[in-house]
Design a protein around this ligand. Sequence first.
Ligand code: ADP
Ligand code: MG
Ligand code: ZN
Length: 672
Amino acid sequence: MSNKTPKNNYQFWLIVSLAIIIIAITYLSRSSSAVEITQRRFDEMLRNQDVKEIVLVNKEVVEVTLKREAIEKTQYKNLLLQQRSPLALEKGPHFRFRINSPENFEKRVEEIQKDFEVDKRVDVKPDTRSDMTNMLINLGFILLTFFAIMYLMRRMTGSSGPGGQIFNIGRSRATLFDAENRVKVTFNDVAGLDEAKEEIKEIVEFLRNPTKFTNLGGKIPKGALLVGPPGTGKTLLAKAVAGEANVPFFSLSGSDFVEMFVGVGAARVRDLFKQAKEKAPCIIFIDEIDAVGRSRGRGSIPGANDERENTLNSLLVEMDGFASDSGIIILAATNRPDILDSALLRPGRFDRQISIDKPDIIGREAIFKVHLKPIKLAPDVDVKKLAAQTPGFAGAEIANVCNEAALIAARKNKTWVEMADFQDAIDRVIGGLEKKNKIISPEEKRIVAYHEAGHAVAGWFLEHANPLVKVSIVPRGVAALGYAQYLPKEQFLYTTDQLLDDMCMTFGGRAAEDIVFGKVSTGALSDLERITKMAYSMVTIYGMNEQIGNISFYDSKQSEYNFTKPYSEETAKTIDNEVRKLVEKAYERTKKLLLEKRKELEILAQELLAKEILFQNDIERLIGKRPFSQPTTYEAYLNGQENTKQETNNQKQNPADNKQSAEIAIEPKSAE
Ligand code: ADP
Ligand code: MG
Ligand code: ZN
């Protein structure tokens, strides 16, 4: 395990150690090597009686050591300082030079010293040294450094303390949760998501009791992919598995494989599986797997994404590599399954896809209950109402609402959190911060009130439109002037009627302005955008137009950059005309409806101006029940058990109904 460091690691440390060695050698040679001089210069030194010692090395080189007091003489000092640091002046030998004949040299030394007193004479000491000495010293030094570094590397790869991070570059970053290191999240902390929980529990069961399944000839799945929008509890669910599985649980995120060095990702994948095999049976959880699992060769500059592809390839290989009874199950989570490589998704790798959707009203209630537990609640807090007022919210947003509500209540020094605080919190999560001191002229406020009332009335009296949940004209960060929140039906298929009604409801704002003030404002920008998109989709994508016919120009495999239109100029003209007709018709219809309901419009607008926020039951009180027999989900839900049961039954029949394609129509108004 410890020796498995990839090549680039060695390269890096080789470079570092070489740099150290070079610096060391230059420094050392500066401090101890002798200065090269000529023989004449030496003669002079000898004559001046500055020499303390003469060594004849291998009958070739003479090394001269000066007397201590002589070193201070400027002529020598200057010479020495060329090569040595001032601190290392004293250490001999100081000078050296080559000679041709040792006999001649010795004679010469004697000759120069013949007039000196005997005890002042210096003898030539012969010495035999291997020429390699210096080299060997250096080599020894290099080897020593090298081994020291190797030793360090090994030791630090062996221990996995935080200090070893750099040395651990090729090791997997997975955190291991097992008997000693437990996660405290349990399945009870995960509200709703019943189907997903079932699937996951079954997978855990596979690990605990494989024979039960293999006896019948089945194979244990290798992996499961949790798929769903952000904040719906994928990571939470995985944590709960870690908390309850009673098998070792490796947790890491896709980006943990990514490193700037080439080959590291693949090495980490291999290391992860090696560790996992040692701990089997176990679970590996890779969060946000799209970081490595992005489909290969897509949107890549040729040659640029090699590293990610290598990582993915080694992941694929490792997933194939272990036998299905090896007791490793891989969980992964992503909110972008569409960009995952198809090889990763095929059976045999991630056999199962567990889709985790945004919670429906029942799920939201359950999630609220989980997150309300630690909060001190006032008696007026109604969980069902909260769930009804938050269509389209994911678990993370609900958790956020609960927390915000507590903070808002604390700011007001309340002893408990009241329903009003939750309402504020919901508004805040949808629309951003309330802008208390934003100045809106009364005239503008009137326009906004009629605009929103127009939406509300239109939605109320159109059979197939989504009924309103709440409308607010409190200026906020995102929704600059006001917003209307609708309760979408939980459905996938829309009929032409529904789309047309939806279009009319969206037109409600502008039509109301037109009727009441006789002029329109820029406040309907986002409405118009939505309507235009919808109209073009109906004509060109859904084949809902008679002129164009049952033709769809939609290309599901279309790349992002496609400049050619798949139809002729003539068809383009027809499309434009048909869209225009469609939109005009919708507008006329809306206007007609609002003119009929002018009284209701007035009532709602006045009430909005007075109260700023209206809920569904306020609207019911003011303008009566919706004149359609079918109860809204909200009604069904609030009106007690029987209806609710019906609702759940429906869901059982068609699991797709669980999905709430919730759209909160927030209208950022551009009128400033
Ligand atoms: P993601 O699906 O993006 O991984 P998380 O699992 O990280 O989302 O969820 C974020 C937070 O949202 C969680 O920590 C939890 O507080 C809350 N949450 C989401 N779904 C649920 C749920 N089903 N039950 C309880 N809390 C949830
Ligand atoms: Mg997550
Ligand atoms: Zn609007």
